[in-house]
Write a protein that binds this ligand. Structure first.
Ligand code: PAF
Length: 281
């Protein structure tokens, strides 16, 4: 396994691998790896000849009052996990490499970036699309892997790849959950024991929505109200959103039919957690 800090070096290694006709599978991450990330790495290992992982906590996707500084980091542990999964390249750039002085080009995916997390975290998806674009330019993957937990992010990346003719296959893999249902996230580390217990309501509320839809409820307002009641009982600090949206434009649905995404973003303590399920009627 090679650990690469220089963007030029990463780019030329990727170039030479591609010249040999080898397929690069790429998993971009912000580190503090968990089973969710590892499921992506394992799929990449199956699909591709060369597996590349990037580890970079991207400052431009955090708002000024968000958790960039305290975002969990443990490079040593991340590298040993990557080694165990037979990763070929781990790209760990510095911010000087990624955003050199004078940097002024950003990617903004309109429409899809405006609802759900985009409405609550202004600029977040512009930061995500920009860094992913840059990483794609440097790592030159054939296939890139993202988790369904960040459903909106995955759709935005797919849109960007299509719009900019990037010729990269984007694969989105299912949410990996703890045995008790909590969706895996690097931010789970912030939760106290009590907050973690209360946060289990997120998945429970999504399951409740699923049950209601399966038994014929088609009014999203009734479902959102039920979910809100359940979540409120667990004393969240703040509910950012509980939304039922379509899976093409991520716009709120008026009546549930076809495929819907039920998505939540809720704070427990200072920790903002997101989760979702996709349902077909
Ligand atoms: O999902 C993440 O961890 C990040 O948003 C990503 C895709 C690595 C970009 O920084």
């Amino acid at each position: 396994m090679r650990v690469i800090n220089s963007a030029d070096r990463m780019s030329s290694l990727a170039e030479s691998v591609r010249k040999k006709g080898k397929k690069i599978g790429f998993v971009p991450t912000m580190g503090y790896l968990h089973e969710g990330h590892l499921s992506l790495v394992r799929r990449a290992r199956k699909d591709a000849d060369i597996v590349a992982v990037s580890i970079y906590v991207n400052p431009t996707q955090f708002g000024p009052k968000e958790d960039f500084k305290r975002y969990p980091r443990d490079l040593k542990r991340d590298l040993s996990l990557c080694r165990r999964e037979n990763v070929d390249f781990v790209f760990v750039p510095s911010s000087e490499q990624i955003y050199p002085e004078g940097f002024s080009t950003y990617v903004n995916v309109e429409g899809l970036s405006e609802s759900l997390c985009g409405a609550k975290r202004p600029g977040h998806f512009k930061g995500v699309a920009t860094i992913v674009n840059k990483l794609f330019c440097i790592v030159k993957p054939d296939i890139a892997y993202f988790g369904q937990k960040d459903a909106q992010q995955a759709m935005i990346i797919k849109r960007m790849v299509l719009d900019l003719d990037m010729n990269i296959k984007v694969k989105v893999l299912p949410i990996v959950r703890e045995p008790d249902g909590l969706a895996m996230s690097s931010r789970n580390k912030y939760l106290s024991l009590d907050e973690r217990k209360r946060a289990l309501v997120l998945f429970r509320s999504l399951q409740k929505a699923g049950d209601m839809i399966k038994s014929g409820e088609s009014n999203p307002r009734i479902i959102v109200n039920k979910m809100r009641d359940l979540i409120k009982k667990q004393r969240p600090t703040k509910i950012d959103y509980i939304s039922l949206v379509d899976t093409k434009e991520l716009k709120p649905v008026k009546k549930i039919k076809g495929e819907v995404l039920v998505a939540v973003a809720v704070y427990f303590g200072r920790t903002r957690l997101i989760d979702n399920i996709k349902l077909k009627v």
